[in-house]
Design a protein around this ligand. Structure first.
Ligand SMILES: [Zn+2]
Length: 233
């Protein structure tokens, strides 16, 4: 078989693969654009963000409480050490201890309030997680046709890729590189056929001598008009 023949087979497989990929992309797009899913995903995302924020708040306040407790421990140990004899210093230390205790109590109240909000945010998040799963299932149900089509297309894709491997083993690397370059430049079509003595891709008429050249198994013939490889079976 001539190289043009293999390239023509390759082109057929690649064109079909291109079509399949396009259709798969548009199916994915259609499913992804489903507004129900988008809204729920967004709500879920926002709830997760709120939860994260509250967790950070809690961490911060826990840190503050801990550092004040440490400070309190130090002050109390100074206070009861018996080392401080000056009444004024003792008084200052006592009032510092009292003030630390007040501020710790105050922070602990805030901590409790944050923990309550954290619980609420967690349960909201759980709730939205359930809703999301439900909406995903509903969306999948309503797109069952599309999902079925996508899975059939993926099967075709697998089959074609195997077919393509077999064809590729027949094509020389240089020619393959040229083919790929042409595919890039010519909207995916590197190889055309002869139809009614014309190039099937651009429609330019071919002389009988050109058609004859296109049939030659030993050389590659290019459309004089569009530059694509021409295969004449
Ligand atoms: Zn042409």
């Amino acid at each position: 078989m001539s190289q043009s023949f293999h390239l023509f087979q390759l082109q057929k497989v690649d064109s079909r693969l291109d079509q399949i990929q396009q259709r798969i992309n548009s199916i994915l797009q259609e499913i992804e654009n489903d507004i129900r899913l988008k809204i729920t995903q967004e709500q879920h995302h926002q709830a997760a963000e709120r939860l994260k924020q509250i967790q950070q708040e809690l961490k911060k306040i826990e840190h503050e409480v801990n550092s004040r407790r440490l400070k309190l421990e130090q002050s109390e140990s100074n206070l009861y050490s018996g080392r401080i004899k000056v009444p004024k210093e003792l008084q200052d230390l006592q009032s510092e201890v009292a003030s630390l205790k007040r501020s710790i109590a105050n922070l602990e109240d805030q901590q409790l309030e944050i923990m309550i909000r954290l619980e609420e945010a967690k349960s909201e998040q759980d709730q939205l997680q359930k809703v999301l799963l439900q909406v995903e299932a509903e969306v999948a149900q309503s797109h069952a046709g599309l999902i079925g089509e996508k899975s059939r297309l993926e099967n075709d894709q697998q089959r074609l890729l195997i077919e393509k491997q077999a064809i590729l083993s027949q094509v020389s690397p240089n020619l393959l590189a040229e083919y790929e370059k042409l595919r890039e430049k010519k909207q995916g079509i590197a190889v055309a056929s002869v139809e009614d003595s014309s190039c099937s891709a651009c429609g330019a008429g071919l002389t009988p001598a050109q058609c004859q050249s296109a049939r030659s198994p030993s050389t590659i013939f290019y459309c004089p008009s569009c530059g694509r490889i021409i295969y004449a079976g």
